[in-house]
Ligand binder design. Structure first.
Ligand code: UDP
Ligand code: MG
Length: 352
């Protein structure tokens, strides 16, 4: 299968599935509608982009179905848009969507999902940590096992830093506990989803959604495909600590109200401490002395003031989330879409 035939739409489509989604091409269907969409969020990936294209294209050209690649440029400030324009001229199956500002990994994926047209959609990082060759195995697993979601599960994360592995481990343990979701510690955002799954995600009004939690929560039948997590092929991680903390806050506030109960538990602790201090004070008085304890007073005051501020902070996170939900502002704005402007349109033209 070549990119040319991918565009022409003459390739055979996969066999029908239980819902009949893969019935032979419908008459009304525009020619060339892809069966597979590959969504790639990119932020300042100039170092890795040419390598990524060179490795992804042969894998997709080998697939037995037409495909499209949807590169979402998440407001890059390096030469990523220029490289994407260059790639557009040579790769007809490529479509480039540029966001007006850096809106984050999850928002960039959401922009890609909204515009995807395939019966199946894969989301993959641009840094070659997720090997593109796995896409063929994911597609085969989805069709043969008749499932809606195929999670890429990292069987070997030794190429991630120890810090990354530990923080990721803590994140998944916390979320499994709080959200009561059966999520794999080693599944990130490399996954294949059916059209039904993507439509269900697109229909969610939720802002700041964390897809690695939202997708398992939807409960579609799923399977996993193991892969070895490779080292970033070039460039640096675009996930500084600040963004990791942001993702964790979005995950916790989006999936659990348990932190809101902290205040209740802390107040019980406060009552116990107050009762002990009361008993101690009365006992000191009765035994003829005075209750000493400047240090204990200050410590108790400091600890409970900190707990009160923590509870206010937690409340603030939920109030903030409710506030943004009420504002209903989109989490990204699209500046350019090669589908509407043609491959020669400049990346800074206004879009929708
Ligand atoms: N990314 C993005 N917007 C951002 C941060 C990251 O689109 O604000 C993309 C990035 O270009 C890459 C993917 O998301 O394709 C994952 O980012 P990265 O590899 O830097 O994360 P890490 O693997 O270090 O967690
Ligand atoms: Mg990476």
């Amino acid at each position: 299968m070549t990119a040319k035939s991918a565009q022409s739409g003459t390739a055979p489509r996969p066999p029908p599935r239980r819902s009949g989604r893969f019935a032979p091409v419908r008459v009304s269907e525009p020619p060339g509608r892809p069966v597979l969409t590959v969504v790639v969020p990119m932020f300042n990936e100039e170092a890795v982009l040419p390598l990524f294209v060179r490795r992804l294209r042969p894998v997709l050209d080998e697939l037995p179905v037409p495909y499209e690649v949807l590169a979402v440029d998440d407001g890059s400030t390096d030469t990523t848009p220029v490289l994407l324009q260059r790639a557009l001229r040579e790769w007809p199956a490529l479509r480039v969507v540029r966001l007006r500002a850096n809106s984050g990994h999850q928002a960039a994926i959401s922009a890609g999902l909204q515009r995807s047209r395939g019966d199946w959609v894969v989301t993959i990082d641009a840094d070659l940590q997720d090997p593109p060759e796995t896409i063929a195995r994911m597609y085969a697993a989805a069709v043969s096992q008749d499932v809606d979601v195929v999670y890429g599960v990292r069987s070997d994360r030794t190429t991630d830093s120890a810090f990354k592995r530990h923080t990721a481990g803590a994140f998944y343990r916390l979320m499994r506990r709080l959200a009561k979701l059966d999520i794999s510690q080693d599944a990130g955002d490399f996954r294949l989803m059916s059209r039904e799954t993507v439509d269900a995600i697109n229909a969610l009004p939720e802002q700041g959604r964390v897809l690695r939690l939202v997708v398992p929560a939807l409960g579609f039948p799923s399977t996993t495909v193991d892969y070895k997590r490779e080292a970033r092929a070039a460039g640096e991680s675009k996930y500084p600590l600040r963004k990791m903390v942001g993702l964790t806050l979005d995950s916790v506030t989006g999936f659990s109200q348990a932190p809101l109960r902290f205040a209740t538990w802390f107040s019980l602790l406060g009552f116990v401490v107050a009762a002990l201090v009361l008993v101690y004070g009365v006992w000191s008085k009765l035994s003829g002395g005075t209750a000493s304890g400047w240090a204990s007073t200050v410590v108790i005051l400091a600890v409970f003031s900190a707990l009160q501020l923590l509870c206010l902070g937690i409340l603030g996170e939920y109030v903030g989330r409710t506030y943004s939900a009420l504002q209903q502002r989109p989490s990204y704005y699209v500046a350019y879409d090669s589908e509407h402007h043609g491959p020669r349109g400049g990346p800074d033209e206004p879009g929708d």
